[in-house]
Design a protein around this ligand. Structure first.
Ligand code: 0PR
Length: 365
């Protein structure tokens, strides 16, 4: 740290030079985040100093958090769902696992998730000393339920399914998993970190939420397809009581107990997340998702024309291709199996898709 401070202008010119080094989503086809909507930015700025870690000091922000959970709960067919705003999918998954672990006493607890699950589960299992059992996927990159009985036993405390997988945009056979969870009385979590703000707005109705009776909890991230500022995720639980098993005493706060994992939490990001949902309404969100899905389809068709087929038809706006090379200047990512992976986020407009397809075509020239 410098001894004497510096001029504000000097400082901001330094920051601007660093900002220029960021890619800023231009030609970025690999991210699950996007430009926050101006409405989210405005709402975030309004609540910039708000700390939900001490909610009694920020009663208005705390009520916005409750409204956010109520809004997402009703979107997920359960307006009475409990929940809170996390820092994103990783925290939501960790917390769901903590609840599941505390709800049953197992000598050596294990969890059963698809091999396609996000790496946050690996972190969570390490922290919580849980044995992670991954069920192989079928050729459609979804959990192969036929094999699940080989993985579940009396020490299984958690079953996880994905609604919008990180790598392939697929949805696990959640109706079947919900039945299995009910039959075996196992906590069932749906990781809809990405798909949670896509699937409810699509024409094809894919059940993924509390409409499935076996679903215990769901994670869904406004900072992915909800246009909010970073960081904000939502963890929803079927019964608010489930969160209480995470309570710790917080004697010197304005609330005497807390179940969140993080202490200090951004009220700004929560205000932003709710503001976007209110601003667009279901109709606005449907229109946006329709556009993202049309762009995804256009990309899949265009890539097929150039001889790069998609290994699977995604349910959400994540497309993958057998395509080893990448045209210069574009950021794509690779799945663990080596497929090119492109997330058709809202910043990936139709002209971006056309420009990418053009550059793919040029590689043949
Ligand atoms: N669950 C699923 C299904 C996810 O896709 C992700 C993140 C998580 C949980 C964890 O969420 P948080 O990152 O909010 O904790 N999926 C992307 C990934 O890690 C996130 C991402 C976002 C990656 C932007 C890159 C990027 O530029 O692959």
């Amino acid at each position: 740290m410098r001894n004497a401070g510096c001029l504000e202008e000097e400082l901001f010119s330094f920051l601007a030079s660093k900002k220029d080094e960021d890619l800023g989503y231009l030609k970025v086809l690999s991210s699950m985040c996007t430009h926050p909507h101006p409405v989210a930015v405005r709402a975030h700025q309004m609540f910039i100093e708000s700390n939900l870690g001490d909610p009694g000091l920020f009663a208005g922000s705390a009520s916005l958090e409750r409204l956010l959970i109520e809004c997402v709960g009703s979107l997920f067919h359960h307006p009475e769902a409990g929940g809170y705003a996390t820092a994103g999918g990783t925290e939501s998954n960790i917390q769901a696992l903590r609840i599941a672990k505390k709800m049953v006493s197992a000598r050596s607890p294990n969890i059963v998730i698809p091999e396609s699950a996000h790496f946050s589960f690996e972190k969570a299992c390490d922290i919580l000393s849980l044995e992670m059992r991954t069920v192989p996927c079928d050729p459609g990159f979804c959990m192969d339920v036929e094999q699940i009985e080989d993985y579940i036993d009396s020490n299984t405390v958690f079953l996880g399914g994905i609604a919008g997988s990180t790598e392939y945009g697929t949805v696990d056979p959640l109706t079947r998993l919900s039945e299995i969870a009910e039959d075996r009385d196992i906590f069932f979590h749906v990781d809809a970190a990405f798909g949670g703000f896509v699937l409810p707005f699509l024409e094809s109705e894919i059940p993924f939420d509390f409409s499935l009776p076996g679903v215990s909890s769901i994670s869904a991230d406004p900072h992915k397809m909800g246009f909010s500022t970073i960081p904000v995720g939502c963890l929803l639980v079927r019964d608010e009581q489930m969160l209480r098993c995470l309570h710790v005493d917080t004697p010197y706060l304005t609330v005497k107990q807390a179940y969140t994992l993080n202490g200090t939490r951004s009220g700004g990001a929560v205000a932003g997340a709710l503001a976007v949902l209110e601003y667009f309404g279901k109709e606005g969100m449907r229109a946006i998702m329709r556009g993202c899905m049309e762009n995804t389809q256009r990309l899949i068709d265009g890539m097929a024309t150039w001889g790069y087929p998609a290994p699977v038809r995604p349910e959400v706006n994540v497309a993958t291709f057998s395509c080893p090379a990448v045209p210069e200047g574009w950021r794509v990512s690779r799945t663990r199996k080596g497929y090119m992976r492109i997330v058709c986020m809202p910043h990936v407009h139709r002209d971006v898709i056309e420009a990418f397809l053009h550059d793919i075509g040029e590689m043949h020239a």
